[in-house]
Design a protein around this ligand. Structure first.
Ligand SMILES: Nc1nc2c(c(=O)[nH]1)N[C@H]1C(S)=C(S)[C@@H](COP(=O)(O)OP(=O)(O)OC[C@H]3O[C@@H](n4cnc5c(=O)[nH]c(N)nc54)[C@H](O)[C@@H]3O)O[C@H]1N2
Ligand SMILES: Nc1nc2c(c(=O)[nH]1)N[C@H]1C(S)=C(S)[C@@H](COP(=O)(O)OP(=O)(O)OC[C@H]3O[C@@H](n4cnc5c(=O)[nH]c(N)nc54)[C@H](O)[C@@H]3O)O[C@H]1N2
Ligand SMILES: [Mo]
Length: 759
């Protein structure tokens, strides 16, 4: 069964439950991060490595995309950053001997946690057709195999090139260049499952698919609304920024079905006072129902419209389009529907309104709680409406702040990792390199899975990530992957995608962020872009995990030379030898990167231009910021069912499981838990500690089941349950995606809970 490790797995999932915590970070967090780092790296390496995270001349933390403050604290990392580093800098190794001992079937029976704990991959390995285990292979032979399979395709569009968001700008630029010279735009990425809804909503409304605030804006804001995000776990350094904003007088509203510890109270581990007492962060907690945010912002917009003098009329007149239609739709917002959709009280919403009206500068931050619903794109557009109404875009202390996930996911997009590239980008590539890139759009993640499932794609190549575990509908995705002729993974660590393969498979081991990258012209660095459009260098210091590793840029260059042969117009050899030559080309192709090499020499890096933020210019189809007027939607819940969100515990990085605890939520020693509101539990007769199967219900009638979850009575919003990803991905239907962005709706899965049939 795809969703449950078999009995032989040494990982025992036996959750214990205590009261959830009311504050995040502090001394306990430091203790946890050091313990995990010592286990993986030893004491000396821990000290050396953690001191160079996010320092000038150090490496960019592979944890999250939150920006670095200008004045860096010597410990500019957080508990979860330290875990991400320890995971990569571990001294444990997965060698050819390991693969000789473990068949692929054996690996497929292990938990993701166990696989990750085995350590760093040391050698390229190959699973031949009909073989039962991976065997060592030379890099030359590995590239020959990829070339053979690509050469055998009817069209380059039968190949898919996936990217996860840790890939550097340099590697990403080369990777998309290779795919496009080969002739395909099949460049799905983790963004398709992540902030695609933000990108879709923002490009249409403000003309740039990225956030419009810098760290300084947070410090200057009067009101910060954090909706659908759990920064205490997923962006811990954001809490320091919120703390600073509060010290400067900002107020904070958090909108979430769960009371998340970090948002309630924060103990800053970087200040002596913070270690012990900590500060309350949230001024108002709106415990919203899953998917209710569009309705919330719609009624706020109506209330603003109804308040004399509340609308910034000059801004609206000068900079926006579509106001009349929007205002008509907003005025029609209705209290009954709003209260049903949000589960909030009228008093709560009116309190929120008063805080909004009292604030000149407002920022809205969000993450996966808003992007992974069917109606995510109109939901985020409603937030844009909300900000536009009072002129809160394009001035200091105000704006949109989608908080990105992977440390370079935003940079990868900027570099052209996108299945629907802009014409201007393709024109620039054509002009620079002299080949004609394909113009037809490629597959995103969901479409790539369908193409593999239906035999329209036959080669799957991944630059990082763990595609089969991160994708929805695990059983469908795994079956799709098994139909491929060839699956290839450029990886640092073992994961489930290596065990669910095509007829032939390759694992190509690569350098991580923390490691020294030596090429023909000497030591190299790479660059990354954070969540706020700041670009800076990242330089690894550690000895590579094995002498056999190639860097991601080197892998792409060698692969491209082998596959494209002498007909290629791109100087791959030169690029591999000296990454500065890649940056020279990026500078000529991508706006904002002029003089790239010179500017990135500045240790703080540089900020990419953002027209709405910098000049209140909105490069949309209308040339103005667009108000939009979509009907309000919210998930419908049949009686006796719960709406399930699939989210992260405190001890994981996406599909990488660091440990079995979710400390802030009071859960230890297990991950197969489902958080249920005590009222719902009473109605459904589900005792705390009982075991249930989660059974997905969707209009296709297919039964999707995740067996053996311990029920935890938890103060989540009524009707709204929560359980961890990726164990529950088996429940997310492939076709249940957000309109427009096509992002899997992982935060709204209708389930029924059945008495467990296992255990
Ligand atoms: N340590 C660590 N750091 C990470 C990651 C990790 O796995 N571990 N992952 C990285 C990545 S790729 C990403 S994208 C980010 C993810 O960062 P988050 O988006 O914070 O991650 P999730 O755990 O999915 O949490 C979703 C949050 O939204 C809330 N929520 C869910 N549905 C709704 C809704 O309908 N409305 C509202 N208002 N709230 C809702 C949930 O209760 C939860 O607090 O973190 C990045 N950083
Ligand atoms: N149900 C559900 N599904 C989700 C989500 C959800 O909230 N709920 N969230 C979605 C989101 S936001 C995202 S971003 C995706 C994540 O999807 P992915 O990015 O595909 O998944 P990760 O788990 O981050 O990938 C981990 C693997 O990356 C490899 N790796 C780590 N560092 C490097 C490196 O430097 N180079 C290379 N080449 N490889 C490296 C390691 O082998 C590791 O096993 O999952 C999505 N799936
Ligand atoms: Mo993400």
């Amino acid at each position: 069964m795809a969703s449950k490790p078999p009995k032989g797995d040494p990982v025992q999932d036996a959750p214990k439950v205590a009261e959830p915590k009311r504050s995040a970070a502090g001394l306990t967090a430091i203790g946890h991060s050091l313990r995990m780092a010592h286990q993986q790296m030893g004491v000396k390496r821990t000290a050396l490595t953690l001191l160079s995270v996010n320092q000038k001349n150090g490496f960019d933390c592979p944890g999250c995309a939150w920006p670095d403050p200008e004045h860096r604290h010597t410990a500019e990392f957080c508990e979860n950053g330290a875990k991400a580093v320890a995971e990569e800098a571990t001294l444990r190794r997965v060698t050819p001997e390991f693969f000789a001992e473990h068949t692929v079937a054996d690996l497929a029976g292990r938990s993701g946690y166990w696989l990750g704990q085995q350590g760093r991959l040391t050698h390229p390995v190959y699973l031949p057709e009909g073989g039962d285990r991976y065997e060592p292979v030379t890099w030359e032979r590995a590239f020959d195999i990829v070339a053979e399979e690509i050469g055998a395709l009817g069209s380059p569009d039968e190949a898919v090139f996936y990217t996860s968001g840790r890939t550097s700008n340099e590697a990403a630029f080369l990777y998309q260049l290779f795919a496009r010279e080969l002739g395909t735009n099949n460049l799905p990425d983790c963004s398709n499952m992540c902030h695609e809804s933000s990108g879709s909503a923002l490009s249409e409304t403000i003309g740039v698919g990225k956030g419009s605030v810098l760290l300084e804006d947070l410090y200057r804001s009067d009101l910060i609304i954090v909706a659908g995000q759990n920064p205490g776990t997923n962006h811990p350094r954001m809490l320091s920024a919120l703390e600073k904003a509060k010290a400067n007088g900002a107020r904070i509203i958090s909108v979430n079905p769960l009371p998340e510890a970090g948002l309630e109270r924060f103990k800053n581990p970087q200040t002596p006072k913070g270690l012990t007492t900590g500060a309350a962060l949230t001024d108002l907690f709106l415990q919203i129902r899953l998917g209710g945010d569009q309705a919330l912002f719609r009624i706020l917009n109506k209330l603003i419209l109804d308040t004399p003098g509340a609308v910034d009329e000059d801004f609206v007149r000068e900079h926006t389009h579509g106001y009349e239609d929007f205002a008509e739709a907003a005025r029609a917002a209705d209290w009954d529907a709003t209260l049903t959709a949000t589960g909030l009280t009228r008093e709560d919403i009116e309190k929120c309104l008063r805080m909004v009206l009292a604030s000149k500068r407002v920022i809205v931050c969000w993450a996966m709680g808003l992007t992974q619903h069917k109606h995510s794109v109109p939901m985020i557009r409603e937030i844009v409406n909300f900000l536009l109404l009072r002129g809160n875009i394009g001035r200091p202390g105000a704006g949109v702040c989608p908080v990105r996930g992977h440390s370079n996911v935003q940079g990868d997009r900027t570099m052209g990792i996108f299945e629907r590239p802009a014409e201007a980008f393709l024109d620039a590539l054509e002009k620079e390199f002299g080949f004609s890139p394909p113009r037809e759009h490629g597959y995103d993640v969901v479409r790539a899975i369908r193409a593999l499932r239906d035999g329209r794609a036959k080669v799957f190549f991944a630059m990082g990530g763990n595609f089969v575990s991160a994708s929805p509908d695990t059983e469908v995705t795994e079956a799709a992957m098994r139909r491929a002729r060839l699956t290839v993974h450029v990886s640092t660590k073992l994961n489930r995608s290596h065990a669910v393969t095509g007829a032939r498979a390759l694992i190509l081991p690569t350098l991580g962020r923390t490691e020294r990258d030596l090429q023909g012209s000497g030591e190299q660095f790479v660059t990354v872009e954070d969540s706020m459009g700041m670009v800076h260098a990242s330089r690894g210091r550690l000895e590579p995990a094995s002498g056999q590793l190639l860097s991601e840029p080197a892998i792409v260059c060698r692969l491209a030379r082998r596959v494209l042969g002498s007909g290629s117009k791109v100087p791959w050899e030169e690029f591999e030898k000296d990454y500065a030559t890649i940056r020279d080309r990026i500078a000529r192709v991508i706006p904002g990167f002029e003089d790239f090499n010179a500017r990135v020499a500045n240790p703080s890096g540089f900020t990419l231009p953002h027209a709405p933020r910098d000049e209140r210019r909105f490069p949309t189809a209308t040339g103005k910021a667009n108000f939009t007027a979509a009907p309000v939607e919210y998930p419908e819940l049949p009686k006796g069912r719960l709406l399930l969100q699939t989210l992260r515990s405190h001890d994981q990085y996406n599909t990488t499981i660091y440990g079995l605890d979710d400390r802030y939520r009071g859960i230890t020693n297990g991950r197969r838990v489902v958080l249920v509101n005590p009222e719902d539990a009473r109605e459904l007769r589900l005792a705390d500690g009982s075991y249930v199967d989660l059974v997905g219900e969707w209009k296709d009638g297919v039964e999707r089941r995740a067996p053996g979850f311990r029920v935890v009575h938890y103060p989540t919003a009524p009707g709204c349950a929560a359980a961890y990803y990726p164990e529950t991905n088996v429940l997310v239907p492939l076709d249940a995606t957000a309109d427009t962005s096509n992002t899997p709706a992982s935060k709204s899965v209708v389930v029924r809970l059945e008495q467990s049939t296992t255990d």
